[in-house]
Ligand binder design. Sequence first.
Ligand SMILES: NC(=O)C1=CN([C@@H]2O[C@H](COP(=O)(O)OP(=O)(O)OC[C@H]3O[C@@H](n4cnc5c(N)ncnc54)[C@H](O)[C@@H]3O)[C@@H](O)[C@H]2O)C=CC1
Ligand SMILES: O=C(O)C(=O)Cc1ccc(O)cc1
Length: 310
Amino acid sequence: MTDSVKFNRACVIGVGLIGSSLAHAMRTAALVDEIIGVDRDADVIARAQKLGVIDKGETDLVKGVKGADLIIVSTPVGAIGAVAAELASAADDGALIIDVGSVKGVALDAAKAMPERVHFVPCHPVAGTEQSGPEAGFASLFHDRWCILTPAPRDDDAYKAAVDKAAALWSGVGAKVEIMTAEHHDLALAVTSHLPHLIAFTIVGAADDVESVAAGEIVKYSAGGFRDFTRIAASDPVMWRDVFLNNKEAVLEVLGRFSEELAVMQRAIRWGDGQALEDAFTRVRGLRKAIVEAGQESAAPNFGRDDKPR
Ligand SMILES: NC(=O)C1=CN([C@@H]2O[C@H](COP(=O)(O)OP(=O)(O)OC[C@H]3O[C@@H](n4cnc5c(N)ncnc54)[C@H](O)[C@@H]3O)[C@@H](O)[C@H]2O)C=CC1
Ligand SMILES: O=C(O)C(=O)Cc1ccc(O)cc1
């Protein structure tokens, strides 16, 4: 296992929330000498350069990745396959390529299709916010958060060294690293992230549909649980469209179980079965305690985000 790691030139493809956060974090930890930004949106490049997130910018991927020993694919999941296909010929020999996508099956397919001369290690930092764009990035985003690696089934030494380097990079920016299969990742994250986002989008949409409740009242009384859902439902529509299109089977599986649980609650409410409701609520309450104890959440909102107050 590599303890520390240093790159000469990193190329961040997709300079949004996660790409710019990783750029800030790598710079803060002195893990890189130079950072090039590539984005299909020239305005994003201009803003990122002005903010000092990147040293230079490019809208042309082939030009942008030239000379990079680290390439970070931080586009929405739906673009990973096409970007990787371009990198197969455009990346320098020996380059380490990582992605940060919320779904790993699609990144694993791209990693498997890569020529042996480059090393694509799929990664998912389980850390983020509802915001997007280079302005939203901050260096401490990955501190004490998990980053899941789902390596390709390659057992050559060069690839193993690349997996170690990717792990050292995430450790270097403060994350805790775990390795698992892409299939397991996509099921686990369907439960812990994808379904909750789908529910948030749906609840906020449903509130909007209840015509007898005025929009002003939704805002006024939102503290009763609804407000937390509106934060999540403010997340980027393109990013989440791609998550659901690319993790279809796992999301449909957990959605089926959720619907069954919901039907049980619906029945208990209809028949006034207070004991069933109380038992169900008591059973799930312990999970919150476990999450707080594991340090994944705190009583105070925005804990650990002193460099990016909201
Ligand atoms: N937002 C979050 O909280 C988290 C997001 N992720 C993953 O990180 C990735 C990026 O998400 P964000 O940074 O939130 O998105 P973002 O919307 O802030 O940034 C994405 C950037 O990619 C650019 N882009 C899109 N297609 C491109 C292409 N073909 N070539 C070059 N640039 C392209 C866009 O112009 C945009 O600037 C996604 O795959 C997402 O699933 C992972 C963890 C957390
Ligand atoms: O803002 C939140 O609550 C999130 O859940 C952020 C997030 C979004 C997508 C990911 O793949 C990981 C983290």
